[in-house]
Design a protein around this ligand. Structure first.
Ligand code: AMP
Length: 355
């Protein structure tokens, strides 16, 4: 596939804030965006040239989408793999359907880390209630039980301290396929975002420190204050993973730094990531522009810092503090255009640039 010059059209599966901010960055570079979403008036649709509203299973609508776009990507992972493969057959999906397939399933994802000698918390698969005891024994207690699919922001996840709790957690999570993971007494949570172009060139943003509240990302502090060895280890692991997956686009890699300065990969996302929002104002090239550059085959941009930056997510009603934020010096406010401020919902964010 040749590079796609400005003037081309980027197709994005998913209509959330990540698609919205990608469409805005794409427009700055002279691209049009067509969004494919299963809901009306999505955050991305408000700023895109065109939106196709249809089910992600609707192959006629997907065909129409493919005709409209020069390259297609996705801004969330829960797209039916059949649909991604359908688009992938025509060679215009980046990252590929196989990367999406691995990232949709925690067991596949963790197995991929393990098979590539990338350190991750010990884990075991549970496919029925008869596996619960042996899996817990294998990883040890306490452990964390997680659904293999569709979990996000702590949903589909239970802390387990005893075998009895494990049985209750397995019932609570619907008795399907889950994993149990060794509980990690981590020191900090960090992430590294790598951008990789079609010809295999890659750049990485510096590791950042992520602070969660109620399992939802609340703040990102960029760059993370890390020992040089931990920094280098995290970057090396993120780049290795990106290369082994042969990603074209972005890969966000979330990691735990343990109390003895070990680095373990927790999970990955082959798309722009909430922990990269600070780059919109704190870096020479934002993650969204970088994403567009990578999938369109353009040269990657500089990942140099403009200044250390703190990103704060505005959840639910916190979006109503916008007028105070606008009065702050060196604060950049980003609103996602969502009308209903449900508790915990990501409504916008603020980047405080420490100039
Ligand atoms: P996840 O959905 O895997 O990103 O998990 C959400 C959050 O739960 C993480 O950001 C951690 O704060 C916590 N967590 C997940 N897995 C573990 C683990 N194995 N040990 C300790 N904490 C965890």
């Amino acid at each position: 596939m040749d590079h796609i010059p400005p003037g081309g059209t980027i197709g994005i599966l998913g209509g959330g804030q990540l698609g919205r901010m990608t469409a805005l960055a794409a427009a700055n570079l002279g691209y049009k965006t067509v969004i494919f979403s299963d809901s009306e008036n999505s955050p991305a649709a408000q700023v895109a040239a065109r939106t196709i509203v249809a089910s992600y299973h609707d192959t006629d609508a997907l065909q129409d989408f493919m005709q409209a776009a020069d390259v297609i990507s996705y801004e969330f992972e829960n797209i039916p793999i059949y649909s991604a493969e359908f688009i992938g057959k025509f060679g215009r999906l980046a990252p590929s359907a196989s990367v999406l397939d691995i990232s949709q399933d925690r067991f596949k994802e963790k197995s991929f880390f393990q098979n590539n000698d990338l350190a991750t918390a010990g884990f075991a698969l549970i496919e029925s209630s008869s596996d619960v005891e042996s899996a817990c024994q294998q990883v040890g207690l306490p452990c964390v039980m997680k659904t293999t699919r569709l979990g996000y922001d702590g949903k589909g996840q239970r802390m387990v301290n005893s075998l009895d709790e494990a049985k209750v957690a397995y019932d609570d999570l619907g008795q399907g396929t889950v994993i149990v993971e060794q509980f990690i007494h981590f020191d900090t949570e960090i992430s590294v975002i790598v951008a990789r172009s079609r010809d295999g060139q890659s750049v990485n943003y510096p590791p950042v420190h992520n602070i969660h509240e109620n399992h939802i990302l609340k703040k990102t502090i960029a760059p993370a204050d890390l020992d040089a060895a931990v920094h280098d280890q995290a970057v090396e692991m993120a780049i290795k993973l990106t290369e082994r997956l042969d990603v074209c686009g972005l890969l966000a890699v979330e990691m735990f730094v343990t109390k003895d300065n070990g680095v373990l990969i927790n999970e990955m996302a082959p798309r722009p990531h909430n922990s990269g929002h600070w780059t919109m104002d704190g870096c020479v090239t934002s993650q969204f522009e970088q994403f567009v550059r990578a999938i369109c085959g353009l040269p990657l941009g500089s990942v140099d810092l403009v200044a250390p930056t703190e990103m704060e997510n505005l959840l639910g009603d916190e979006i109503n503090t916008w007028s105070d934020i606008l009065k702050e010096k060196n604060a950049h406010f980003h609103h996602y255009g969502k009308t209903e401020a449900r508790p915990g919902r990501k409504m916008g964010h603020v980047n405080r640039v420490k100039l």
